[in-house]
Write a protein that binds this ligand. Structure first.
Ligand code: FE2
Ligand code: FE2
Length: 284
């Protein structure tokens, strides 16, 4: 689909969700070099629900701090600005797509798929000593954002797409292209650009099914691509169809991995995910 047609399709959706103002304010503050932990904490504290989720997350085994954290300002210092931003972003997106009228698509299973993809991408990044492990996690959480847009705003077409994927045993991506002429990667990219999210994140969403398309962050894109494939293989959550996609050889090469090496990492990755399963509290 041309960019123009995609834009037209999405403009027919009157109210695409906006990101909560808290995230916008936080983002602005984090971009200024003089922002302090207490200023950042103040913004987060202005939103009760967000504060309690941040604290819950900080105290989960996902981050693995040994002592109980009760103050947001303390959490900000412990996590660092970048991780705070990514954490608040993930929580904000969960909140923006909370309600659903379509009961065909199981949102909880969808979030499990998204979180598992993020956790696997992060675990791989750590194993491979890639510094941007938290970015890989956020990219994994957000990678199928376009499916949420479809579920929420084009429920009839999305039902057709889900049916087609099931009946013809094809991927959601293929069904989307046939029925809509676009797919969840383009839709996710469009929304994230509207939200002015960092380029790196947009790229992971846009290219997670086509990692060999070259832009600026092939390593992060490859991590999310593999995370998605492994989450499906390990049957963690449900992304909308039952296919287990092949891993693009480009992604393996980009990370200097062979299929055997990846195979050998699976037990470890499974273990890390198991240890982080309290992050699922985010979707409850
Ligand atoms: Fe996808
Ligand atoms: Fe996915």
């Amino acid at each position: 689909m041309s960019q123009e047609n995609l834009t037209r399709l999405l403009q027919t959706i009157a109210d695409l969700p906006t990101l909560p103002t808290v995230y916008m304010r936080l983002n602005r503050l984090l971009q200024s070099p003089n922002s302090s932990a207490s200023e950042i904490a103040k913004i987060i504290e202005s939103d009760q629900a967000l504060s309690s989720k941040v604290l819950r997350l900080v105290n989960s085994s996902f981050f693995g701090f040994s002592r109980q954290v009760t103050q947001i300002s303390h959490a900000v210092v412990l996590l660092g600005f970048n991780t705070v931003r990514n954490t608040v972003l993930s929580i904000s997106v969960f909140e923006s797509f909370k309600t659903t009228s379509n009961h065909i698509f199981d949102r909880r299973q969808f979030w499990l798929h998204s979180i598992a993809t993020g956790l696997i991408a992060r675990a791989l990044a750590r194993k491979l000593n890639i510094e941007q492990d938290e970015e890989a996690f956020s990219g994994g959480i957000l990678h199928d954002l376009g499916k949420l847009v479809l579920d929420q705003f084009l429920p009839q077409q999305f039902t057709q797409i889900l049916d087609m994927a099931r009946e013809q045993n094809c991927s959601l991506l293929e069904a989307e292209r046939i029925i809509l002429g676009t797919d969840h990667t383009e839709i996710g990219e469009y929304l994230m650009e509207r939200w002015n999210l960092p380029h790196m994140l947009v790229e992971m969403v846009a290219l997670h099914h086509t990692p060999s398309v070259m832009r600026s962050h092939p390593t992060l894109v490859s991590l999310v691509h593999i995370g998605d494939a492994l989450a499906r293989r390990l049957k963690l959550g449900f992304g909308g169809d039952h296919l287990v996609p092949d891993i693009d050889p480009f992604a393996l090469e980009e990370l200097s991995l062979t299929p055997d090496m990846l195979e050998n990492m699976l037990d470890d990755i499974r273990e890390q995910i198991h240890q982080s399963d309290d992050i699922l509290a985010l979707v409850n």
